[in-house]
Write a protein that binds this ligand. Structure first.
Ligand code: SAH
Length: 218
């Protein structure tokens, strides 16, 4: 058992060295979080040995956990300092939420599929990630009760930026979301500052669909 966990620690160090640093992940806090969170704990047993590979993995219900590099890239784009309240849409297996939990004060995360929400919540408890609050809902509506959020991250791709998310973004605030069609999207970073929105294209990506009232119909 000790050998196994040590082995995964080595796998994480290698992931950081080979997949993240060479592609421009330079925020030390993000690298430290990627080194600390056991990605293997978020996938089913049969996939644990592949958890640190340079690719996405299935998490059930036709959904996927993003490749480590994409998780790190989106997290870095949020420029978290530690004091923030962050909203995540698309809890999935909960890996991205766990990374965020290491980097901000509190994470609010919304998932539309019940079985994924339940599994993720179990892992948050097991890893004692007490600053993650999660619920089952249509995340394209945001989570108005707890807003505004210093940062919002959407880990599924929609045809446009859901208006409720822009409304619930604090000023200053930062929103990272893939937007495009089903086959491919642009990963966007939206900055709100002094009431003005600016937009930066980070990278071409391919995400599972954001399904909901301000996303795709199904
Ligand atoms: N961050 C996740 C990525 C999971 S894939 C992880 O680390 O595993 C994206 C997730 O978004 C899927 O679980 C999908 O069910 C969910 N999703 C899609 N549309 C949604 C919506 N409108 N509200 C909440 N979750 C949604």
């Amino acid at each position: 058992m000790i050998f196994m966990s040590n082995n995964y620690e080595l796998a994480r160090a290698r992931m950081i060295r080979e997949q993240l640093i060479p592609r421009g992940i330079s925020d030390q806090r993000v690298l430290d979080a990627m080194a600390a969170v056991p990605r293997n704990a978020f996938v089913e047993d049969a996939l644990q040995s592949q958890a640190y590979g340079d690719f996405p993995l299935p998490i059930g219900e036709g959904q996927t956990i993003s490749q480590p590099y994409i998780v790190a890239l989106m997290t870095q784009a949020l420029q978290l300092q530690g004091h923030e309240k962050v909203l995540e849409i698309g809890t999935g297996c909960g890996y991205q939420s766990a990374i965020l939990a290491h980097l901000c004060e509190r994470v609010y995360t919304v998932e539309r599929i019940k079985s994924l929400h339940i599994k993720a919540r179990r892992i948050f408890d097991r890893l004692k990630l007490l600053n993650i609050v999660c619920k089952i809902d249509d995340g394209t509506l945001g989570w108005p009760e707890h807003g505004p959020y210093d940062a919002i991250i959407v880990t599924a791709a929609g045809p446009q930026i859901p208006a409720p998310l822009l409304e619930q973004l604090a000023d200053p605030g930062r929103l990272v979301i893939p937007v495009g069609d089903r086959a491919g999207q642009d990963l966007l970073a939206i900055n709100k500052n002094g009431g003005v929105l600016s937009r930066q294209n980070i990278e071409r990506v391919r995400f599972v669909s954001l399904i909901g009232s301000a996303g795709w119909a199904a």
